[in-house]
Design a protein around this ligand. Structure first.
Ligand SMILES: C[S@@+](CC[C@H](N)C(=O)[O-])C[C@H]1O[C@@H](n2cnc3c(N)ncnc32)[C@H](O)[C@@H]1O
Length: 262
């Protein structure tokens, strides 16, 4: 069993909303790692490659944020890929302050985010395009005794929850540019032109209640300014509400809300 901690995290739930291009450019320069950090990252990635490929075929049990989850083969492992670990930590800190009533988690993987959301929300819907991930999430939701609150569905993005509206949408999305060849790669690659993000941005507005918002986890490895630009063009303003510094990678929690037109 792995018990995992987290390094320096800054949270600012009162950050200002942004909708200007020059702010995006400023953000991009802030997100770039120094060459020393980039070099360490390359070394760690090289060393990790074999570990990741062997561990993909085995089941693991993790203890994250006091929640035990099993990671089945072919399901995104939140501790190996790190972003899941930070996402879980940031949700644990932010959700009790937001107290949303209805939550939708997209790309739920092991179901950890949905289980954390169930501590603060009355109802949680969650989906994943990978059927193995949804089966894994279902057994974790059951083991954590939140089957009454969390409902799961297999499908792309909003497909299983068509016609519903939520106070908060959570997504730790695939954010690398490239085509996925395997179910597990779908957890990492968003398409040659980031189609997963564009489709998400196009549809998200229909699923939000008044004053609802979206929490999106991104990292210094993602093309953040391009992803924010995609959401901007669909009428969302953004603010950065949390940053975690893991030396070789920075993790960001962005909040997006529809721009109110006067
Ligand atoms: C980065 S992983 C995050 C998993 C989990 N939320 C976590 O943080 O550990 C992204 C997840 O999104 C899922 N995914 C990728 N494309 C999707 C889509 N179009 N619709 C729904 N889920 C998708 C993947 O299968 C994967 O489980």
């Amino acid at each position: 069993m792995q018990k995992l901690g987290w390094p320096r995290t800054k949270i600012d739930l009162d950050a200002c909303y942004q909708d200007h291009h020059d702010e995006l450019a400023r953000f991009e320069s802030r997100s770039t790692l120094t060459w020393q950090r980039s070099l360490c990252r390359k070394l760690v990635t090289l060393m990790n490659r074999d570990l990741i490929s062997t561990s993909l075929n085995h089941e693991h049990v993790l203890d994250l944020e006091g929640i035990k989850v099993r990671v089945k083969p072919n399901v995104f492992n939140p501790s190996l890929f790190l972003s899941g670990m930070f996402y879980a930590h940031l949700l644990t800190t932010v959700l009790p302050k937001k107290q949303p009533r209805r939550v939708l988690e997209l790309g739920t993987g092991t179901g950890l985010g949905a289980i954390i959301a169930a501590r603060s929300a009355e109802q949680v819907h969650a989906s994943d395009i990978n059927p193995e991930a949804v089966a894994c999430a279902r057994s974790n939701v059951e083991a954590n005794q939140c089957l009454d609150t969390v409902k799961l569905g297999v499908g792309s993005l909003f497909e299983p929850w068509s016609g519903n509206k939520y106070d908060l949408i959570l997504f730790n999305p695939p954010y690398y540019i490239g085509e996925a060849q395997t179910p597990l790669e779908q957890a990492l690659y968003a398409g040659k032109a980031l189609e997963t993000i564009s489709n998400f941005a196009m549809l998200a507005g229909q699923y939000l209640n008044d004053r609802a918002s979206i929490l999106l986890l991104l990292s210094s490895e993602a093309v953040c300014s391009r992803i924010i630009g995609i959401l901007n063009r669909q009428g969302f303003q953004w603010r950065l509400i949390a940053v975690s510094d893991f030396f070789i990678e920075l993790f960001y929690l962005f909040e997006f809300q529809p721009l109110v037109k006067d």
